[in-house]
Design a protein around this ligand. Structure first.
Ligand SMILES: *Cc1c(COP(=O)(O)O)cnc(C)c1O
Length: 509
């Protein structure tokens, strides 16, 4: 969905180099009436894309931004294959089945001799979660119907720190999300409270292996043990789903002893993003069920338009085959050893970054050593400058480090997050700490955010003198200073930039 507020002066796209090929500019929102040469189209688009950030410096995202050239080659070779044509591309289908089985075994699915795992490749964890959620909802409804009980008020129990896809699932498929609220200094789902919240309408408890906010693993084992007890007392059989979007490719390699997966009897399904620590470019996720009976047969469609009978359980029909092939490449190319080395490296780099930040003496670290390799940190003292300002200033050095607030009820906590991916090496970690120190130093010399806002309002010709008085800030002191001039200039620059961006912005979600 393109949410565009952009209106270029004449609603067209101009491109410097492409003017060597074409003389007319292109309309922005209308299909051009005439064709243009292929090199012109290439030039126009690649020039415009230069304004995107550099994915390798995008420390906001878990999603893979680097793969080996050999895998890039395989991806390009399969770029014209539609995955859904299983009868035409039986080898691709076989590779997906191998991936499903490899991942199910990594997650300790209780498979008998020669028994195949139940699972499917998806576009990402979001689709995987929709499918897992639908399976739970249907199973619960069937049971309730059979018991002659109402089945119109299903709910899921999660922590308030769930990723947005759970809220999407809840809204799109009409399931209530019952969230266990966070609190200061405790940023994951509290297992005791979660199990207390379970009622007869709960279709599953969703635990997260690697909270999006601070990477911390939720205690799935404790949820499992408490829920077994509760199920025994109530006669219900409330199951667990594990959202292992990011942790699913970390825990098996770094923390093999940690029991979070199908070793726990109530865990009936698990999702993982192939495009996060599965080390494949965007567009692949997986959902694995514990056993056949955990995926209601009626959700599986059997189609025959493309040849033989094909079972499908996905939200979309067509999709590219490349990502599945790329996942298979990574699994066999790296093997257990390779994944363990890479994840170990990420964890060590996260530790180095975290240590560097601690050494500045200015930050609290909110991520844990055992968890997803990321560093979440907040300022010890944010009375003068906050995490958002640090994030803004870091952009000047090319770094994209998001600042955000914690989930309810810990919204007052602001934090910055650096996701450590395979391509984030030690020297980048050192450079980042260095640049953060520079930013801190710069911010120290600037008046606090609030003082700047006051000065800015004076600059606008709307002196809020009362407010200034209330704040006890002596504005005259700014007016004569070099800092004041600097602020005036930077405010002007910010305004001009905002105006420019507002015109250019073409946001896509
Ligand atoms: C990233 C993430 C998701 C969504 O995964 P996509 O693969 O981006 O759809 C869901 N849950 C958690 C915990 C995540 O980190």
């Amino acid at each position: 969905m393109a949410l565009s507020s952009a209106t270029d002066s004449d609603g067209s796209i101009h491109s410097t180099f492409a003017s060597r090929y074409v003389q007319e500019s292109l309309p922005r929102f209308q299909i051009p009436s005439r064709s243009i040469p292929k090199d012109a189209a290439y030039q126009i688009i690649s020039d415009e894309l230069m304004l995107d950030g550099n994915p390798r410096l995008n420390l906001a995202s878990f999603v893979t931004t680097w793969m080996e050239p050999e895998c890039d080659k395989l991806i390009m070779q399969a770029i014209n294959k539609n995955y859904v044509d299983m009868d035409e591309y039986p080898v691709t289908t076989e590779l997906q089945n191998r991936c499903v089985n490899i991942i199910a075994n990594l997650f300790n699915a209780p498979l008998g001799d020669g028994e195949e795992a139940v699972g499917v490749g998806t576009v990402g964890s979001s689709e995987a979660i929709m499918l897992a959620g639908l399976a739970f909802k249907r199973k619960w409804q069937n049971k309730r119907k059979a018991e002659g009980k109402p089945y119109d008020k299903p709910n899921i129990v999660t922590g308030a720190n769930v990723q947005v896809c759970w809220e999407k699932f809840a809204r799109y498929f009409e399931v209530e999300l019952k969230e266990v609220k966070l609190k200061k200094d405790y940023y994951i789902m509290d297992p005791v409270k979660a199990v207390e919240m379970v009622d007869e309408n709960t279709i599953c408890v969703a635990a997260i292996l690697g909270s999006t906010y601070n990477g911390e693993f939720e205690d799935v084992k404790l949820v499992n043990d408490l829920l077994i007890q509760k199920n025994k007392e109530t006669g219900w059989d409330t199951p667990i789903h594990v959202d292992a979007a990011s942790g699913g490719f970390i825990a098996p390699f770094l923390y093999p002893e940690l029991e979070w997966d199908f070793r726990l009897p109530l865990v009936k399904s698990i999702n993982v993003s192939g495009h996060k620590y599965g080390l494949v470019y965007a567009g692949i996720g997986w959902v694995i069920w514990r056993a056949k009976q955990d995926l209601p047969e009626e959700l599986i469609f059997h189609i025959n338009y493309l040849g033989a009978d094909q079972p499908t359980f996905t939200l979309n029909f067509s999709k590219g085959a490349s990502q599945i092939i790329a996942q298979y490449y990574q699994l066999i190319r790296l093997g257990f050893e390779g994944y363990r080395n890479i994840m170990g490296n990420c964890a060590a780099n996260a530790k180095a970054l975290s240590d560097g930040l601690v050494r500045t003496g200015r930050f609290n670290i909110l991520s844990k050593e055992i968890g997803v390799p990321l560093v979440a940190f907040s300022l010890k003292d944010s009375s003068r400058h906050d995490e958002y300002e640090i994030s803004d200033h870091l952009r000047r050095f090319g770094w994209i480090v998001p600042a955000y607030t914690m989930a309810p009820d810990a919204q007052e906590v602001k934090l910055l997050r650096v996701v450590v991916r395979e391509d984030f090496n030690r020297s980048l970690a050192e450079r980042l700490v260095h640049d953060i120190e520079k930013v801190l130093h710069e911010l120290d010399t600037l008046p606090s955010k609030i003082a700047r806002e006051v000065v800015a309002s004076l600059v606008d010709g709307h002196p809020e003198l009362k407010e200034v008085k209330d704040l006890g800030i002596d504005v005259t002191q700014f007016k004569s200073s070099a800092v004041f001039n600097e602020i005036v200039n930077s405010q002007k620059a910010v305004k001009a930039w905002k105006k420019f961006v507002a015109q250019k912005a073409n946001r896509v979600c």
